[in-house]
Design a protein around this ligand. Structure first.
Ligand code: FAD
Length: 543
């Protein structure tokens, strides 16, 4: 009979334990969790603050009792594994309730200890009103604290998805929330052109957003930033990032990778073949950059856990690495991203280009039809799809899931152009935004016309470049670029003489479609130096 020990009782640990049981009814399986709960929904924690999740009890999905009755797995909570003795194949465990230390032997050990919130040594970091969010106990403490009557202003430090979700939920609970992010933008997986939409959404919903400034110190009633700015705060939430929990692995002499995560092979075995590791604690292979990466997400953790358990029982996994797909709701916007963004493509030295398409998420006549901002990044000259970002009130995640599937299959712009998707007016348009992006991408790839990215527009305007706005007069009147010339598409053929031929001309409309038609007309009329503004006025307004 095999004896399998599991360290960590949440996403990766619980999945691995249950999979082992499905593969082997006779195995003895013990899962150790140092916290008071196993199998809770980490990802739902922020929603307890905003009362989307009504009670903390609902955050806990399984109990030690249900693990026993359903799976015959012994789940021991408040038990911290403090040492691994590889030579004798035992672990030492500390019962955190009694302080008793005892040993258990193993045939196979699975580590899924997760990642810890990063807490730099800022002055004041240990004050009682400073919080991090990792588990149910953390969120319960924070929830209780902020619900005291004197806690009105809260500072959230860090604009990653945990910080953003915590900020949103505290705002929804009626608090005055300041979100501070050290880099110039929140939500690093999104490019700077796309993320402006998210900045606006946060501001529109009353979040006081401070980007490009870092936390310096925390005092009893305020935070001070590097710029010297003071922000009043009766509570501070640190969401600066996470670092892999590798203490056990390191002390046991297991190999640690170059990014500080536990090093594993394709089957999630560590440098000791009897010890597997999965989840936030490990380094994984990125299938697009071919380099190690870290990916603290629940989906990869549970997939890795299943693969590790399978390998223990002789089933090899076809590990092709990760691409990084995630989604987040920010107030009224659904946001999703997959694969490489521009920064990651540059860092990986991949030649790429991108298109930014704004198209309706469903047929315009339908209720709740809204623009979906969609950015597609592809390799040049192959057209291989590298990444995508989508933001809108509609189904951004569905579009990104389509792209994630294509990236995983090595798909190209041609594949995406031909991809047959479902259509009904309530759900999408006959040519979905992802198909449109492929068509635009192919146009760019085949040099059918030239584009300029929305991020370049401000500089061009400052340099006095010629912009032609082909929207109708009334649209132009309600707001336009400084010095732009308004020639509606409907008048373009008659007024073509007003357009200079001896210098570059940049054409935009509201969302890029009319300007594309204008560019084609001008090309056919012999203009050689015309550019479509990718993202058009909707993108320009946000930038
Ligand atoms: P965890 O699920 O964190 O489990 C590790 C467990 O191991 C912990 O409970 C810890 O107490 C225990 N442990 C550590 N060391 C020991 C030890 N020595 N002995 C005993 N026990 C130990 N991911 C998404 O994909 N989408 C989301 O929307 C999302 N939202 C999130 C929101 C929040 C607030 C947080 C905190 C995370 C979120 N994540 C999200 C990330 C996701 O939860 C993690 O990627 C996933 O849980 C990782 O699984 P894991 O098993 O590696 O670690």
């Amino acid at each position: 009979m095999k004896k399998v020990l599991v360290v960590g009782g949440v996403a990766g640990g619980a999945t691995a334990a249950v999979r082992v049981r499905r593969l082997d009814e006779k195995a003895e399986i013990i899962m150790f969790e140092k916290g008071p709960h196993v199998s809770f929904s980490n990802c739902s924690l922020p929603y307890y603050l905003g009362r989307v999740v009504e009670s903390k009890e609902k955050l806990v999905l399984m109990t030690p009792e249900s693990f026993k009755t359903k799976y015959n797995i012994e789940a021991r909570v408040n038990q911290e594994v403090i040492r691994i003795h590889r030579e004798e194949k035992t672990v030492e465990i500390k019962n955190l309730e009694t302080n008793e230390v005892y040993k258990e032997s193993y045939d196979v050990l699975i580590l899924s200890p997760g990642a810890n919130p990063v807490v730099p040594p800022f002055e004041g970091v240990n004050l009682p009103h400073v919080f991090t969010v990792r588990n149910v106990a953390d969120i319960d403490r924070l929830h209780q604290y902020v619900n005291q009557s004197n806690v009105e202003r809260i500072a959230v430090i860090g604009g990653g998805f945990i910080g953003v979700e915590v900020a949103e939920n505290l705002r929804e609970a009626g608090k005055v929330v300041t979100l501070v992010e050290y880099s110039p933008q929140i939500m690093a997986p999104f490019d700077e052109d796309m993320v402006q939409i998210l900045h606006k959404e946060m501001l529109d919903h009353g979040i006081q957003l401070i980007v490009g400034d870092g936390l310096k110190k925390i005092t009893e009633n305020a935070i001070e930033l590097n710029s010297g700015k003071q922000v009043e705060a009766q509570a501070v939430v640190l969401a600066i990032g996470v670092k892999p929990e590798i203490t056990l692995a390191k002390e046991a002499g297991l190999e640690i990778g170059e990014l500080g995560g536990i090093k594993v092979n394709a089957n999630y075995q560590t440098s000791d073949p009897s010890i597997y590791a999965v989840g936030d604690a490990i380094e994984v292979y990125h299938r697009l950059t071919h380099k190690p990466t870290r990916l603290a997400l629940a989906g990869p953790a549970v997939r890795q856990a299943r693969a590790a358990a399978d390998h223990i029982y002789g089933q090899k996994t076809n590990n092709k690495g990760v691409i990084g797909s995630s989604s987040v709701k920010i107030f009224d916007l659904n946001c999703a991203v997959t694969g490489l963004n521009e920064r990651a493509a540059k860092e990986a030295n991949i030649r790429y280009d991108s298109v930014y398409v704004i198209a309706p998420d469903k047929v315009g006549l339908m209720p709740n039809s809204n623009p979906l901002h969609f950015k597609l990044i592809f390799e040049v000259p192959t057209g291989r799809i590298l990444g995508a970002q989508a933001i809108g009130k509609g189904n951004a995640d569905k579009r990104i899931d389509v792209i994630a599937a294509l990236i995983t299959m090595g798909g190209t712009l041609e594949d995406l152009k031909e991809l047959e998707l479902t259509y009904s007016p309530m759900y999408s348009t006959a040519r979905d935004v992802v198909n449109i992006a492929a068509l635009v991408g192919l146009n760019i790839l085949h040099a059918d016309y030239k584009q300029v990215h929305v991020s370049k527009v401000r500089n061009l305007v400052e340099q006095g470049a010629t912009f032609i706005d082909v929207r109708e007069n009334h649209e132009f009147e309600s707001g336009h670029l400084v010095n732009a010339i308004n020639i509606p598409l409907s008048e373009l053929r008659e007024r073509v003489d007003e357009i200079p031929r001896d210098k570059p001309v940049y054409i935009h409309c509201r969302s890029g479609q009319r300007s594309y038609n204008a560019v084609k007309i001008l090309q056919h009329l012999g203009f050689t130096n015309v550019y479509n503004v990718s993202g058009s006025f909707l993108g320009i307004c946000l930038y």
